[in-house]
Design a protein. Structure first.
Length: 256
């Protein structure tokens, strides 16, 4: 079953073409990698899928519904969640409160009901607390649930952002450089966590990552961008041995 398709996506910023004629299909349950040198257009693709950018051209379909042009909050409600390259936690809130925020797209209570703490809101509040604690157990953060989010070490902040994304109830999870800044042990633990969550939560994953060892171990299929254009697609083995991919990465130093 194909969960998401992107057809002929192009994104222009003035006279700059950041992504050109990009096509992608992702089947349910896959882990797909989107890689390429710095400035290749990877995050722009994520921003179009997640609703932060409206494509200049092309169509994105999720579960057979067109989502290109929808606002980010509607795409989240539809079942697509994302994390960011730069961690975006609510610094003044606790660990558990950060995860509870992810549930807000799934509750029915109004502002009025929350203010007066009506029965529906109290039931939903309990659901959020219980659900957040369950997710924190899943990612190994249960013991720090009441601590301030930004007091956590970097690797645990990454896990917290992942738990908050899961709280939205996604079918498709977009991970933007999830292993960035992690040491080898943390990276391996993250890899194992993503694989387990994929099974436990019936997830499909699209990820951007510069750690090629991580990408080659976790992804079943990889798509490569360079200067906004697709230059290769295939299995990890095929990508590792593709001359155009090797050339693009070896040339990154010269173009920097």
């Amino acid at each position: 079953m194909i969960l998401l398709t992107a057809e002929a996506l192009t994104m222009r910023f003035g006279g700059l073409v950041a992504v050109n004629d990009f096509n992608l299909h992702i089947e349910k349950g896959e882990i797909v990698g989107l890689i390429g040198p710095n400035g290749a257009g990877k995050t722009t693709v994520f921003n179009m899928i997640a609703g932060y950018y409206t494509p200049s051209e092309g169509v994105i379909r999720f579960r057979d519904s067109v989502i290109s042009g929808l606002k980010a909050n509607r795409i989240t409600k539809a079942g697509i969640a994302r994390t960011f390259q730069n961690i975006r936690l609510f610094s003044e809130l606790s660990v558990i409160e950060n995860v509870m925020i992810g549930y807000h797209c799934r509750i029915r209570s109004s502002f009025f009901g929350a203010t007066l703490r009506l029965p529906l809101y109290r039931r939903e509040e309990k659901m959020m607390v219980d659900g957040a604690m369950k997710l924190l157990r899943e990612v190994g953060l249960e013991e720090v649930a009441r601590e301030r989010s930004t007091s956590l070490p970097y690797g645990k902040q990454r896990r917290l952002e992942l738990a908050r994304a899961l709280a939205t109830g996604p079918q498709l999870l977009l991970l933007d450089e999830p292993a960035a800044g992690m040491n080898p042990n943390e990276t391996q633990e993250l890899l194992e966590l993503i694989l387990r969550l994929r099974t436990d939560y019936d997830l499909t994953v699209l990820l951007i990552e510069h750690d090629m060892k991580f990408v080659m171990e976790i992804c079943e299929r990889i798509k490569v961008l360079d200067y906004g254009t697709t230059i290769a697609e295939g299995t990890p083995h095929e990508i590792q041995n593709n001359p155009r991919v090797i050339e693009a990465y070896l040339g990154e130093v010269q173009r920097a």
